[in-house]
Design a protein around this ligand. Structure first.
Ligand code: ATP
Length: 228
């Protein structure tokens, strides 16, 4: 499979409101793709459609081999297992340690063997340079460290596509760069990433394919300061 995502003549609605129309895009394996656009132009609605939080009711769409038009409620957990989703506000469980946060996800996604589970937790924490912090609680970590843990969590089941919705939105510029370095490293190791962001400084520092939401459309932009 070459593309991990395509949308053809797709429209995205919030209730009766048309948010985006006639979307024709494709994301191929191994790409790092930005999704930009002003507040309210539909980035979150777009991302939600991709992880099936919002149904696709018009056009065609396929993501990691799931048809977004015909997807059944009971298939959603299986789709989400093939996706890694990272949010602006980290969404770690505050009542347990980092290790237990990650073990919880493995259990919920069908892992049984304790030794294999601990090995996997260690592997993903290592990828985000957080191997020594597994015993800590989320509130004992900085925002950047919590986001790195959230990225580790997204990697647990070796996803075919990582969807990151404003992953640096709550972080200061220096910490944003640290998180971005982790995402770049993961991408270099073969993971495909779609990242919604407001942060033009990151786009300039790490140029890559860019999709823009504007006036109910999504289109690819050529990266030049003036077009952003
Ligand atoms: N649950 C909802 N019900 C109805 N309309 C909604 C809902 N969520 C968002 N919208 C509308 O859909 C449009 C797109 O919103 P969306 O959150 O996708 O934009 P965004 O580009 O992600 O903005 P932001 O950067 O502020 O998150 C907006 O006009 C918004 O008011």
């Amino acid at each position: 499979m070459q593309n991990v995502l395509y949308l053809k003549d797709a429209s995205i609605y919030q209730g009766d409101n048309l948010v985006l129309s006639d979307i024709n895009i494709e994301i191929n394996k191994g790409e790092f793709v930005y999704l930009i656009g002003k507040t309210g132009t539909g980035k979150s609605s777009f991302m939600k459609t991709l992880y099936a939080d919002l149904p696709l009711t018009k056009g065609e769409g396929s993501i990691v081999d799931f048809n977004l038009r015909t997807l059944k409620e009971k298939e959603i957990p299986f789709l989400r297992r093939k996706l890694g989703v990272v949010f602006q506000d980290f969404k770690l469980l505050t009542d347990r340690t980092i290790n237990d946060n990650l073990m919880f996800v493995l259990k919920a996604t069908g892992w049984k063997n304790k030794k294999e589970m601990s090995t996997r937790v260690e592997e993903v924490l290592n990828k985000v340079d957080m191997k020594t912090k597994g015993f800590k609680f989320p509130h004992e970590l900085s925002g950047g460290e919590q986001q790195r843990v959230a990225i580790a969590r997204a990697l647990l089941n070796d996803p075919e596509l990582i969807l990151a919705d404003e992953p640096t939105g709550n972080l200061d510029p220096q910490t944003s760069i640290e998180v971005m370095e982790v995402l770049q490293e993961i991408n270099k190791n073969g993971n495909t990433i779609l990242m919604a962001t407001h942060d033009y400084a990151l786009l300039l520092k790490y140029p890559s394919k860019t999709l823009k939401c504007d006036e109910n459309q999504v289109f690819e932009v050529v990266q030049r300061k003036t077009t952003l």
